[in-house]
Design a protein around this ligand. Structure first.
Ligand code: NI
Length: 226
């Protein structure tokens, strides 16, 4: 699980909140899989609407230029982001996300390796509404600052706990990674982080940096599908 802070800056958050004032909201069940039907109670901005497309364009543009996101996700394809809203009493109970998603107006099938939530609401403005992710060694509850993003393996059981005050808006989306295996992807991320920090201290022409950087690229060559 990786948290990336300030994916949207203050100005972008303000812009997105302005766009959302013109949004129409559908019942969240329209995109729920079989397993999710019983536990999903929220709303989402109409898929394919102008507001939805505008937020999506901004997000994809930001992500395409975001080194930490690229290093952590090694994205091959990103599935159409959905903007979700939870009002008081709304929740999304324990579930595992669908393995395959088909973007709107498309026949492409995208395998979900990573799930992502970008928080849009200031945590001071609502109670409850935590994203709880069950991991091998226990569970973690997240309530990130507006603009922050969490990436977690789509294999994880997770839920959004009921909102008890205010409203919680976030963008959720899925990534098919060039490296499908979670452990391999996670090791590549650690290696890349080490290369970045060594580059900072030794410079990118240092022998060790070049060797490790070569190792990073050769592992990607070995493990990636494009
Ligand atoms: Ni989910």
């Amino acid at each position: 699980m990786i948290v990336i802070e300030n994916v949207f800056n203050e100005q972008q958050l303000l812009q997105v909140r302005q766009w959302l004032q013109h949004a129409t909201w559908d019942n969240g069940l329209v995109t729920a899989g079989q397993q999710a039907r019983g536990v999903k109670k929220n709303q989402q901005v109409t898929a394919g609407s102008k507001v939805s497309n505008t937020v999506e364009d901004l997000l994809l543009d930001v992500l395409a230029r975001h080194p930490a996101f690229i290093s952590a996700a090694l994205p091959l394809k990103i599935v159409t982001p959905m903007i979700n809203r939870y009002l008081v009493g709304e929740t999304y109970g324990l579930h595992v996300d669908n393995a395959i998603r088909v973007p709107l107006n498309s026949t492409t099938r995208i395998r979900t390796d990573l799930s992502a939530t970008l928080f849009l609401t200031d945590p001071a403005n609502y109670d409850g509404g935590e994203l709880e992710i069950k991991e091998q060694f226990g569970s973690q509850k997240l309530k990130l600052n507006a603009g922050d993003l969490v990436l977690y393996p789509s294999t994880s059981l997770h839920q959004v706990t009921p909102v008890t005050r205010g409203e919680r808006i976030s963008v959720v989306f899925w990534i098919q990674s060039m490296v499908r295996d979670n452990e391999q992807r996670s090791m590549l991320y650690d290696l890349d982080q080490s290369v970045q920090s060594l580059t900072g201290t030794l410079g990118h022409e240092a022998k060790e940096v070049m060797q490790l950087s070569g190792l990073y690229h050769n592992l990607i060559r070995k493990w990636s599908d494009t």
